[in-house]
Design a protein. Structure first.
Length: 154
C-alpha cells in the first residue's frame, strides 16, 4: 500500500513540475508575441536601442523596459540587467515604461502555479509614474545612435 501511495505522490510531484514549466512556457510565448520578439515582420525595420536605468543612485538589477508606439500599434521591449538594456525597436516617438520587482525579505505567498506550496513574495518597486502612468519618452531613429539614460527618482 505504501509503495502505491508513494508512487502516486511521486507522479503528482512530477505532474506539478511539468505544469509549472508548461504555464511558464505559455506565459513567455504570450509575452514574446506581445512585445514583438524575433522578426519585426515584413517591411518593418527595427533599430538598436540601449542605455541605463537607475532608481536614485542604484542601478536597476533586473527589470523590463518597454517602448510603446505613440499610436499604440506596437510594443518593443527588452530586459534590464545590472542597470543596462539593449534591444531593437521600430522607428518613431515612444512612450517608455520601466518595470522591476524584488523579493520581500522573510515574506512568502501561496504559489499560483503549485497550490499548497509557497514562494517568496515580491513587490513592484518602481513608482507608477515610470510605468503605468509614465511620461518618459524616447525618439527611435534609423541607425545606431539610440542611446538613452533614465535616472529615476524614488
Amino acid at each position: 500500500m505504501c509503495v502505491y501511495v508513494c508512487l502516486i505522490e511521486s507522479e503528482l510531484r512530477m505532474f506539478h513540475v511539468a505544469m509549472r514549466h508548461s504555464v511558464l512556457l505559455v506565459v513567455l510565448t504570450g509575452i514574446s508575441w506581445t512585445i514583438g520578439c524575433g522578426g519585426a515582420g515584413p517591411g518593418i525595420e527595427r533599430f538598436p536601442v540601449s542605455g541605463t536605468v537607475k532608481l536614485g543612485a542604484d542601478l536597476i538589477s533586473n527589470g523590463e523596459i518597454r517602448f510603446l508606439a505613440d499610436d499604440g500599434s506596437r510594443v518593443d521591449a527588452g530586459p534590464i540587467v545590472n542597470g543596462a538594456f539593449q534591444f531593437e525597436a521600430t522607428e518613431g516617438k515612444k512612450r517608455v515604461e520601466i518595470f522591476a520587482t524584488r523579493e520581500i525579505a522573510g515574506k512568502t505567498v501561496e504559489s499560483a502555479v503549485s497550490p499548497g506550496e509557497t514562494e517568496p513574495a515580491t513587490e513592484m518597486y518602481i513608482p507608477s509614474k515610470y510605468n503605468t502612468d509614465s511620461k518618459l519618452e524616447a525618439q527611435v531613429s534609423p541607425g545606431d545612435g539610440n542611446s538613452y539614460d533614465f535616472p529615476l527618482e524614488p
